[in-house]
Write a protein that binds this ligand. Structure first.
Ligand code: NAD
Length: 302
């Protein structure tokens, strides 16, 4: 049978490889014959991977050390690791979700990928409204170094709740992907995003705690009536980075079982259309969270 996906012997790097969507992605890639380099804070126990590399993606030096252990040529990158912000501070959350992907893409993937290479980032439906808030994101998305991003998010990191880093980082990543898809297209390398709706992964409990209960989390899934399974997000990521998607680049693939349609048709309230950086909104959110007993950690504390 023809190998339609074309992953046989391809070097694939997956972040967030130890749990949820990242782990499901690794399992599929191993099945499809890829050489998988699995990056995560925690061990990845999937059998058949080329190597597990322990890495805290919120630390630039650890990313550098990790990429020293990865082959010079990379075929596909899956940026899946992410943090909700409910247990980590703003800085860590933002850097894991956004800065790490920016840094890896500009410093390693641009050098180590050739024509035919492919990149997919796992953003979120929480970042769906990024086009409306480009002005808020521009200064960060147009920063080209780790230090510049850190500098341009310093004020937010000390004033906004860490859970706001989630929405902002995902919006920045979607915009970054759109802008870099244009640059990388000139090199023959594709970049796409998958925007998952609520999914039953290691992160579920954190979102559940934020929203109040499992029933409330399921209720906001709309017509699906259930959370997605990890593999239902791995399928589109594996597809987008495969030969089957060779003419797809610059796409925001929303995986939400019609939830966005409901919002477009005004059959459901769009709660994502709020600023992620407005100081008044951030201060109000922080106050509400501390009243409700939700952690809104100041910079530097976990
Ligand atoms: N679960 C959801 O409802 C949902 C919805 C939309 C988007 N997402 C996104 O999906 C992606 C995958 O998350 P998941 O839902 O599978 O959750 P998960 O918690 O099961 O997996 C996340 C993985 O990222 C790793 N990780 C976290 N911080 C890290 C760091 N600093 N360095 C290295 N690894 C780190 C964790 O160890 C874990 O293995 C994330 O980017 C998340 O934001 C999740």
């Amino acid at each position: 049978m023809k190998d339609y996906f074309g992953y046989k012997d391809k070097v694939c790097v997956v972040t967030g490889a130890s749990s949820g969507m990242g782990r499901a992605t690794v399992e599929m890639l191993v099945d499809l014959g890829a050489k998988v380099y699995a990056l995560d804070l925690n061990p990845c126990t999937v059998e058949g991977i080329a190597e597990f590399i322990q890495c805290n993606l919120a630390k630039k030096e650890e990313i550098d050390e990790s990429f020293n252990k990865i082959p010079e040529h990379i075929d596909s990158f899956f940026g899946v690791a992410g943090l909700s912000g409910s247990k980590t501070d703003y800085r860590t959350t933002f850097d894991c979700n956004y800065t790490a992907n920016m840094y890896i893409t500009l410093n390693y993937l641009k050098e180590r990928m050739k024509k035919g290479g492919s990149i997919v980032y796992c953003t979120s439906t929480a970042g769906l409204e990024w086009k409306k808030f480009k002005k808020e994101q521009n200064k960060v998305v147009h920063a080209k170094t780790w230090e510049e991003v850190e500098e341009r998010t310093r004020k937010l990191a000390s004033s906004a709740p860490a859970t706001f880093a989630y929405m902002y980082s995902k919006r920045c990543l979607s915009q970054f992907a759109c802008e870099q898809a244009v640059e990388f297209a000139k090199l023959g390398i594709r970049i796409n995003n998958v925007l998952p709706a609520s999914t039953d992964t290691g992160m579920k409990q954190e979102f559940q705690d934020m929203i109040g209960s499992e029933e409330a989390l399921i209720a906001q899934t709309g017509l699906a009536g259930r959370l997605a399974k990890s593999e239902e997000m791995a399928y589109p990521m594996v597809f987008l980075n495969s030969d089957m998607a060779s003419f797809i680049s610059g796409l925001d693939m929303v995986v939400d079982y019609t939830d966005t349609c409901l919002k477009v048709l005004k059959l459901k309230k769009n709660l994502e259309a709020v600023s992620a950086t407005n100081p008044i909104i951030c201060a109000l959110a922080k106050k509400m969270m501390s009243k409700a007993g939700t952690k809104a950690l100041p910079d530097g504390k976990e």
